[in-house]
Design a protein around this ligand. Structure first.
Ligand SMILES: [Zn+2]
Ligand SMILES: [Zn+2]
Length: 299
């Protein structure tokens, strides 16, 4: 478990250092279409990997797909470097079971301190949910929360090669940067912007689901936790920031229930279904969505 935590901290801080270097070099060399393009392209690939695969398909079984698509998406999820699929799924399911209690792996409200469960203040809680839990949080029991993932031959194989896929996720933008620009500097730029900056940005935007989206935003559903629909992070998290909707209907492939709640993750799933690559897409009926809404907003 110590090794897992060490790897978690490496994948947290190496991209942070890489981002500082990237910004420093941008002042010297500037940044252009290559850097922005690789950043966005790798962002979309790995955010989709985390949100569409790790979250909706693997953790919640919100839809089924062709095995090769499931494999491809899970590999893209590994490239985000937020943990292998087994640990990611287990931690996420634990978040749902114990949402905003001390047992939640990354609540901004409660944690298990030295003397047991403790309430945190706003800024301390946000820091803990975003980053601090990786230092102090109790590790998740994967056998308890993700037994199905461990027993899934495809997922456990991908899980074993998690580190390899992180490296591949860094090599793709490096090679593309080098080939497109035809220079070594372009390769370095690709590594920095499509690799480290992208990883840093995906980390902190995605982790906002556990921090800011359990603190700020609307609460149409009374979930007995602090989950909110956070409009600021909605688009960049591909819809995952609708945490209040999500905790009300965790098995739903759809997270944005209203016309003004864009859901990029669901757009991917709809596209896969339209192409005949995905099926059994789990979406609650309009009546179910409405009947669970509470009248009084959270106090
Ligand atoms: Zn949540
Ligand atoms: Zn979830």
């Amino acid at each position: 478990m110590a090794a897992k935590r060490r790897l978690g901290l490496i994948t947290l801080w190496v991209p942070t250092i890489g981002t500082v270097i990237a910004i420093a070099t941008a002042f010297i060399w500037g940044i252009g279409a290559l850097e922005i393009g690789l950043l966005i392209g790798m962002y979309v690939l790995t955010m989709a990997g985390v949100e569409v695969s790790f979250h909706r398909q693997l953790s919640h079984k919100a839809f089924e797909s062709k095995p090769w698509l499931r494999y491809f998406l899970a590999v893209a999820g590994c490239m985000a470097a937020q943990g292998g699929p087994v640990y990611w799924v287990a931690t996420h399911r634990r978040h749902h079971v114990h949402s905003d209690t001390p047992e939640d792996p990354h609540s901004p409200h409660y944690r298990i301190g030295k003397k047991g469960g403790e309430r945190m203040g706003r800024s301390k809680g946000l820091w803990y949910a975003q980053v601090g839990n990786m230092y102090e949080g109790l590790p998740t029991n994967c056998t308890l929360f993700a037994r199905d993932m461990i027993r899934d031959p495809m997922i456990s194989r991908i899980n074993r090669s998690y580190r390899f896929w992180i490296v591949v996720g860094l090599l793709i933008p490096t090679v593309l940067g080098g080939v497109i620009s035809g220079t070594w500097l372009g390769a370095l730029s690709g590594l920095l912007w499509g690799g480290f900056v992208r990883m840093f940005v995906v980390h902190h935007i995605y982790y906002a689901n556990g921090s800011f989206s359990h603190m700020y935003g609307g609460q149409p559903y009374d979930n007995k936790d602090f989950s909110t629909n956070n409009p600021v992070f909605a688009v960049p998290t591909f819809g995952s920031a609708y945490q209040n909707n999500h905790h009300a209907f965790p098995r739903s492939a759809l997270l944005g229930f209203r016309w003004y709640q864009p859901d990029v993750g669901m757009a991917f799933i709809r596209l896969f279904r339209w192409l005949g690559l995905a099926w059994n897409v789990n979406v609650p009926s309009k009546e179910q969505i409405e009947s669970r809404r509470k009248r009084v907003q959270h106090a």
